[in-house]
Design a protein around this ligand. Sequence first.
Ligand SMILES: Nc1ncnc2c1ncn2[C@@H]1O[C@H](COP(=O)(O)OP(=O)(O)O)[C@@H](O)[C@H]1O
Ligand SMILES: [Mg+2]
Length: 393
Amino acid sequence: MNTAMTDTGTFSTLTSVAVMQPARADVVIRAADVNYAYGNGETRTQVLFDNDLEISRGEVVIMTGPSGSGKSTLLTLIGALRRMQEGSLEVLGQDLARASERHQVELRKNIGFIFQQHNLFSSLTAIENVRMATALRGGSVQEMNNRCIEILGELGLGERLNYLPAELSGGQKQRVAIARALVNHPALVLADEPTASLDAESSRTVLEVLRNMADGPARTTVLLVTHDQRVIDHADRIVNMVGGRIVTNSLTRIAVRICRALAQLEALKGLSESTLSRIASYMTVETRQPHETIVREGEEGDRVYVVGSGVADAYVGGEFDEELCFGEGFGMISAYFKRPNRRTVIARTSMELYVLSKDDFLKALAADRSFENRIRTALMANAPQPGTVAAGA
Ligand SMILES: Nc1ncnc2c1ncn2[C@@H]1O[C@H](COP(=O)(O)OP(=O)(O)O)[C@@H](O)[C@H]1O
Ligand SMILES: [Mg+2]
């Protein structure tokens, strides 16, 4: 954390988006150099290569990547549903390269698995299907029933407790299976495309339930394979897997929000996700109160801004020009673009702003070739008076 002076002289907090290393004691999953191959001899095919991953308690981590990239294989290794071959993997304190079958069975009891194939018992009602899982844990019948009713209610199935699977929609069946995975409050939840068959509202509900478990006193850890853009807001990090390798590890939740804002910028249209996330990693977050002046027309600027939330008003020559919302940029790095701020921008509401300072802008240019090309092209397109800024004005 550091602080910076805003235009109006008040201090606002900057939150660094640098990825924080979790404290070691809190690590729930630690994988190092994990390799995996299917088949033997001639048919042997390696599908995981040198994977490293650390996930700490209370984190919600999303894993994405193309089909066949090895996500499910890694997830089943972590869940002790598949034997380790090479590398080291520690899950909830168990060394899976060495753990006996009995220890692996014990470990699985502390993991809530959610798969796309929900495998409900067709002759049992929703609540009876969930009750099956509580039998693993024990407790009074009353207490077990209450837990089942509670979790089914949280997942929006309070009115469907006594329905058979055949009487439920695909999405409702999937939510029963999710309730079954969560009813024992597992320390770790492993979910493989759990929201694929859910409508927008149900997948939001499911992610909210998982997020609450992670943020609650149990600090449940969640690792979730999904392509569902709608759930990304709920994650702390994204892990991207390509061809059996984790290619981008950690984007923090705030970095994900920054990327989504950057993706809206006209000047950055078409740049890859990895370029956007690299730029995001140099940005910081600031807040502004209503009526604060953020930049002034004609003054030299040393930062560019992207609106993360809230609304600002832009003025040129004292006249209202336009309103600026999510994903719109303003500000100027005068030393680079050789021009002053084009507009005065004043916050209309409370705002979250993503900020790239001059120094970090230069670092981002040096770090990413396609970003640098884009900015250089923009500069040349505006010669001889260089400089429509990347972020707009
Ligand atoms: N039981 C299996 N036997 C042989 N190959 C498999 C098996 N399961 C998966 N694979 C192969 O391993 C690779 C990774 O698969 P998987 O982990 O399911 O990827 P993802 O979940 O990312 O789609 C794919 O090429 C897939 O065809
Ligand atoms: Mg899969």
